[in-house]
Design a binder for this molecule. Structure first.
Ligand SMILES: CCCCCCCC/C=C\CCCCCCC/C=C/C(=O)SCCNC(=O)CCNC(=O)[C@H](O)C(C)(C)COP(=O)(O)OP(=O)(O)OC[C@H]1O[C@@H](n2cnc3c(N)ncnc32)[C@H](O)[C@@H]1OP(=O)(O)O
Ligand SMILES: Cc1cc2nc3c(=O)[nH]c(=O)nc-3n(C[C@H](O)[C@H](O)[C@H](O)COP(=O)(O)OP(=O)(O)OC[C@H]3O[C@@H](n4cnc5c(N)ncnc54)[C@H](O)[C@@H]3O)c2cc1C
Length: 627
């Protein structure tokens, strides 16, 4: 109810207005509304803030820069920079991607050369492709960057390391000497975020600014490795784990809230010619578009909770020096981020499109969500690259499964029990245990299929790297199958262990079955090809899905209401709680800047001569028509 927090209509603001409004609101929220003692920008309060603010600033500062200080800094470095960053007395970003490289980190070109005489690092972007490009909050906001650069000592390269680099004056906010920095311009979304470019030329930083938890450089230039160097990639794992809830589950939940509420209000056409127009939500085709996406919100939420727990447990182990869980966590976080962002972004577009013309209006609030979700398929690890990382781990595990009993998320690869499906009715296929087994079998077969294909190619003389490249599509499918079995399996377990009312558990079980069946029906080729289902059972799977749509239809609005988004955060004429869609759309349109005058003078000057000629002809004074 704090008017300082309420959103003005973002669509009627310029990009620069949105940039400064987002900063005002974010700082207001953080500085005024949150208790100052003890909170951190990566604490539990963030998820509540994220429900209250439509456009944040400082997501990278809070979601990446600060966690990196914790992950890569020594205790002294954390003690120095964390308090400043947590209180926004320094604003940072994570500067890794360059104009010429984003996925292939070993190709990054920014160099940090150690100057022994002065005990400093000299930072350089040797050519234009080395310029840092994309980091959020970097163009105009950040005064520090956590710069990922190639460490060079006496001409020898030591790989990518993290350096704290100040880029703007803390008094004037002007760029420091050797720093060229700015905004990269208009993007598909994130209008309020100043993704930036950063060109560094002979910028000097103290030796102490190398984040030295994992490695350090002594004053004489001696390089010391400390621990598993793979942890240098650890911040990306953490962000991939965190972004699922924040950037995939929550936006998809908002989109589903808007689309389901609108579909319950929008009457269009007849089902029974003798009855009145129906809400479009009564069309099974509409239910088939919307309800599986509602189910995805829940299943992705449950799976993300499990992944966050796994990351938390892993972090505790790393503190004890045990990094054995890192390979599985990397594979799972990379695969989950890629597959759920793919599903989520596609799902948001499906529900947007299900709202017809008004879904194409920014007044629906849906284009804002769809465009932002598209970014999740690219940032924090481009999806294809992430799926291949996941597949790399699966292929290794499949080989290991031939001799060892596997555990963890890949346990099913060493399950050689009979997994044939005996379902005879569509009710059998709504059983959670049957759905889990089907997904495990499909995933195991997909991984083995890809591995076998590559082995055969190598046996016939194809180099392993070429076989990998040629089978990439099968490997990506295997990664998707693995993640789907993980999401279905963890969701079934989560729901079964949930202490809640029987009626709620029934709905959640139905949603889980809907998610699994929708996935089966969308990929039935795999399920038949790998012998998981017969053609007849595929028909039953479709029947089972349609039956669940019918069962869930009466609760559809109640289910999305349970996401509990305020009208202010939805900013949607279609999804407002009161359902007054048409009045809201009309009011929203009238506020458009285009309508601040009855005649748009700038354009009228071009139209006027033609209009006056038309007037004269119609009033009998004008020359004959030119036509
Ligand atoms: C104040 C308001 C607050 C508001 C809310 C705040 C809180 C919000 C919380 C969360 C929301 C966050 C919002 C998200 C915003 C994100 C913005 C975007 C940021 C970015 O995009 S940062 C840049 C991201 N870039 C990447 O991800 C690059 C991807 N590329 C790579 O990771 C690597 O290049 C690679 C993995 C593709 C290849 O690396 P490399 O060549 O070195 O490795 P390989 O030869 O393939 O494999 C070698 C070996 O290493 C293992 N490996 C690889 N990666 C990892 C890893 N990350 N961890 C562990 N191990 C890894 C790999 O498996 C191989 O192992 P084996 O040899 O097989 O054993
Ligand atoms: C909104 C947004 C915010 C961002 N924020 C940040 C940030 O804060 N900090 C930061 O450092 N970066 C940030 N990034 C950059 C982001 O991390 C990179 O864009 C991402 O890692 C992809 O790298 P790239 O853009 O170089 O694409 P590329 O890696 O060049 O990919 C281009 C195409 O090539 C394909 N490809 C690449 N490698 C392979 C491979 N090995 N096998 C098969 N196909 C391959 C990809 O699948 C893709 O289709 C942001 C990007 C966006 C869009």
């Amino acid at each position: 109810n704090d008017t300082s927090m309420q959103h003005r209509n973002l669509n009627h603001m310029t990009r620069e207005e949105r940039f400064s409004e987002a900063m005002r609101r974010t700082l207001y929220a953080l500085k005024v509304l949150l208790p100052r003692e003890g909170w951190t920008p990566v604490g539990p309060e963030m998820k509540y803030l994220a429900r209250a603010i439509k456009e944040f600033t400082f997501i990278i500062h809070a979601g990446v820069f600060i966690p990196c200080i914790m992950s890569y800094g020594t205790n002294e470095q954390i003690a120095k920079w964390f308090p400043l960053a947590a209180d926004f007395r320094i604003i940072g970003t994570y500067a890794q991607t360059e104009l010429g490289h984003g996925s292939f980190l070993r190709g990054l070109e920014t160099i940090a050369t150690y100057d022994r005489a002065n005990q400093e690092f000299i930072i350089n972007c040797p050519k234009i492709t080395a310029m840092k490009w994309w980091p959020g909050d970097m163009g105009k906001s950040a005064n520090h960057v956590l710069l990922m650069a190639e460490l060079v000592i006496d001409g020898k390269k030591y790989g990518m390391h993290g350096f704290m680099v100040q880029i703007r004056d803390l008094t004037t906010h002007e760029p420091l000497p050797g720093v060229t920095v700015g905004d990269i311009g208009a993007k598909l979304s994130f209008e309020s975020v100043d993704n930036g470019f950063l060109y560094l030329q002979n910028v000097r930083i103290p030796r102490e600014n190398l984040l030295s938890k994992l490695s350090e450089v002594h004053p004489d230039g001696t390089y010391i490795k400390k621990g598993n160097q793979r942890l240098m990639y650890g911040s990306m794992v953490r962000v991939r784990v965190n972004l699922i809830a924040h950037e995939i589950v929550m936006p998809l939940a908002k989109a589903c809230t808007i689309a389901v509420r609108y579909s319950a209000v929008r009457r269009q056409g007849l089902i029974n010619p003798s009855k009145e127009e129906v809400p479009v939500l009564d069309y099974v085709a509409q239910q088939h578009k919307l309800l599986p996406q509602v189910a995805t919100v829940f299943m992705a939420h449950f799976a993300a909770k499990q992944l966050v727990k796994m990351h938390h447990d892993y972090s505790l182990e790393v503190e004890k020096g045990n990094t054995s869980q890192l390979p599985e966590l990397h594979a799972l976080s990379a695969g989950m981020k890629a597959c759920l962002s793919e599903q989520g972004a596609a799902g948001a577009e499906i529900v947007r499109r299900a709202c017809g013309g008004h879904g194409y209006s920014c007044g629906s609030g849906l284009p804002f969500i769809v465009n932002r979700m598209l970014a999740t398929c690219t940032y924090e690890g481009e999806n294809t690259v992430m799926q291949l990382q996941c597949a790399r781990y699966l292929i290794k595990c499949a080989d290991q499964a031939k001799k060892d009993k596997l555990t963890g998320s890949v346990w099913y690869l060493s399950d050689f029990s009979n997994m044939s499906c005996t379902a005879q009715t569509f009710g059998d296929l709504q059983e959670p245990s049957v759905l889990v087994k089907l997904h495990e079998r499909r995933a195991k077969c997909a991984v083995q299929h890809a591995g076998k294909k590559m082995q055969n190619m190598v046996k016939n003389g194809t180099p392993a790297h070429d076989a990998w490249n040629m089978m990439a599509t099968l490997l990506i499918n295997a990664a998707r199958a693995h993640i789907m079995q993980y999401v279905v399996g963890t969701s079934v377990t989560y729901i079964s262990e949930l202490s809640c009312s029987a009626s709620l558990k029934k709905i959640l079980t139905q949603l889980c079955a809907l998610y699994a069946l929708h996935n089966i029906n969308s990929n039935c080729g795999d399920f038949v090809k790998f012998g998981c289902l017969t053609s007849a059972q595929c028909d039953l799977a479709q029947e089972a899905e349609f039956n669940l749509l019918k069962q869930l239809r009466p609760d559809a609005v109640g289910i999305v209401d349970s996401f509990d988004f305020t009208d202010d955060i939805l900013q949607s004429c279609l999804g407002a709680y009161d359902g007054n869609v048409y009045e809201r759309l009309f009011e929203w349109a009238k506020q458009a800047p285009m309508n601040k005058t009855e005649v748009h003078q700038d354009s009228y000057q071009y139209l006027q001569p033609y209009l006056h000629e038309g007037r004269d002809v119609l009033e009998g004074r004008g020359r004959n028509s030119k036509l």
